[in-house]
Every structure is written in C-alpha cells, then in structure tokens.
Design a protein around this ligand. Structure first.
Ligand SMILES: Cc1cc2nc3c(=O)[nH]c(=O)nc-3n(C[C@H](O)[C@H](O)[C@H](O)COP(=O)(O)O)c2cc1C
Length: 181
C-alpha cells in the first residue's frame, strides 16, 4: 500500500506553487500517491495519510489561507504525518533560515510538526504582483534564487519518512493500529 499524500501550498506570485509541484513530483517518485493543491481548495484532509504544507512569506507572515488551513484542521493534522515549509528569502540573505511566525509556530506545536523548512524564493519583474513587489523586483533583490537541489533533498527525506511510517503503521483516526508517534 502506498501512502496518499497532500502537498498543499499558499502562493501569491507562483513561486511557492512551483516548489510544491517539485516536492510532489519527488514524493511521487518514491511510489506514493500525491495530490498537489492550492490550500484554498482543500476542504478536508480525511483521505490523506500525510500532509506537506508550504507558504510564501510576506512581511514575515504566512499567507492567511495557509494559517487558516492549519488552524481549521489542527486536530486531524495532529493525527497525521505533517511537514511544513516556507519560502521567501531573496537577495544577499537568501540562504538564511526564516523564523516561523508566532501563530504558525503555536499551531505547529499543537499539531506536533517539526519547525518549517526554509527555501529561498523568487522575485522577478515578469511575475511580480502589486506595486511594492514590482518596485522590489526592479532592484538588486530581484532574481530566482530557489535551490532545486535543496528542495529535492528535503522532499526525498520527507518521502523516506512517509515510507518508514507506512512500513510501520499509519496513525489514522478510527484505525485500530498501533500509534506511530
Ligand atoms: C512585499 C513583499 C514582502 C516580502 N516579505 C518577505 C519576508 O518577510 N520574508 C521573506 O523571506 N521573503 C519575503 N518576500 C519575498 C517573497 O516571499 C518571495 O518573493 C517568494 O518567493 C514569493 O512567493 P510566491 O511567488 O509563492 O508568492 C517578500 C516579497 C514582497 C514582494
């Protein structure tokens, strides 16, 4: 049996959506059934064994739809394998880890998820949306600094962890299996 995995994302200018697609493809390579979906369109997590959630960072915050998802489904997520990531840093500090916003950190603790992984982002004139983003994209900050090797390696770790959980047992509500964490 392969795990059914949701890779949900919150993205304004498309970069995080592409990262989610890359993560989904990598997990799929490991034999899992993966849905990559905009978190706005996810109504339920009941059908999933594991969930990966990623948000773009704006002004040190996650996109509201991602925070809403974590909050709304916290109890169901607690009973599942969950991995979080956020994407944003560009410019000279693109390699720096970003702190989780307080609300996201609290929700992650409630769910039992590890701190979010940080991936560098993209800000380019072609995809910038909004006055401020277009202004920033016209400066030295502009560029696509996403590191696909780092993203791929993280996705492989997630896929391996899902496989390991699957080899033991899924911690699914309503199942009489041993609880895995
Ligand atoms: C107005 C504005 C604010 C931003 N604030 C942050 C921030 O606080 N932290 C960060 O790491 N990146 C920040 N960024 C960079 C974006 O997160 C980055 O461009 C990201 O890749 C966009 O993701 P998206 O295309 O999925 O929306 C900001 C970008 C803009 C335009």
């Amino acid at each position: 049996m392969s795990g059914h995995v949701l890779v949900a994302y919150a993205s304004k200018m498309g970069s995080t959506a592409e990262i989610a697609a890359g993560i989904g493809a990598e997990i799929r390579e490991h034999g899992h059934l993966v849905d990559v979906r905009n978190v706005k369109h996810v109504q339920s997590v009941a059908e999933y064994d594991a969930v990966v959630l990623g948000s773009a960072l704006y002004n040190r915050a996650w996109r509201p739809e991602a925070v809403h998802f974590l909050s709304k489904h916290a109890e169901e997520l607690r009973a599942r394998e969950v991995w979080l990531f956020h994407s944003g840093p560009i410019g000279p500090h693109a390699d720096g880890l970003q702190a989780m916003p307080r609300k996201v950190r609290e929700l992650a603790e409630r769910i039992g998820a590890q701190p979010a992984m940080t991936f560098a982002g993209r800000l380019e004139p072609e995809t910038a949306q909004g006055f401020l983003a277009r202004r920033m994209a016209a400066t030295v900050l502009a560029g696509d600094v996403r590191d696909w090797d780092v993203i791929g390696a993280w996705a492989q770790d997630v896929a391996a962890a899902i496989s390991a959980a699957e080899a033991g047992c899924w911690n699914r509500p309503g199942q009489s299996q041993e609880v895995s964490r």
